[in-house]
Design a binder for this molecule. Sequence first.
Ligand SMILES: Nc1ncnc2c1ncn2[C@@H]1O[C@H](COP(=O)(O)OP(=O)(O)OP(=O)(O)O)[C@@H](O)[C@H]1O
Ligand SMILES: [Mg+2]
Length: 156
Amino acid sequence: MQYKFILNDLETTQRLAKGIAQVIVPNFVVSLSGNLGAGKTTLTREVLRNLGITGSIKSPTFTLVEPYQLPDYTLYHFDLYRFSDPEEWFDAGFDEYFSVPQVSFIEWAEKAQGLIPQIDWQITISFKHNLRELIIDSLTITGDTCLTKLINSDVI
Ligand SMILES: Nc1ncnc2c1ncn2[C@@H]1O[C@H](COP(=O)(O)OP(=O)(O)OP(=O)(O)O)[C@@H](O)[C@H]1O
Ligand SMILES: [Mg+2]
């Protein structure tokens, strides 16, 4: 299942992020692809804000992952841009992060291609002529259920 959104401005992104925050469930995995500056961190940050995270939300560019403790699960914000080899996913012990209730947003997931456990949504953002296009490809049944809820949501 696939759905395309046009993001004209930050406000549209904030509304989409609010919708995403309302539909995701524990053990949901989202990959985020798109060029440098496409808006992967911005979208994730807005989702975190809507889940109640206050204070600074840093891009995990250097730390590779930033964890956020929520009542029902840990939300991991990964950024794999600095990986030079997919095996670094195991070297960093990231596969073990999936043994607890979690939700993961993974920027540059393609850098660990094939090693990330079941991805529910593959989000691709492209930025051209001042317009952002965001495509959600749902890859699982849970992903389809959440995407249907998002499309029917009154916040977007
Ligand atoms: N939806 C949006 N509307 C307006 N501006 C945006 C939007 N998304 C991102 N930006 C702006 O674009 C810049 C880069 O965004 P961001 O850091 O989210 O990109 P990124 O895809 O995470 O890049 P990287 O691959 O380097 O991690 C930021 O300055 C941000 O303010
Ligand atoms: Mg980023």
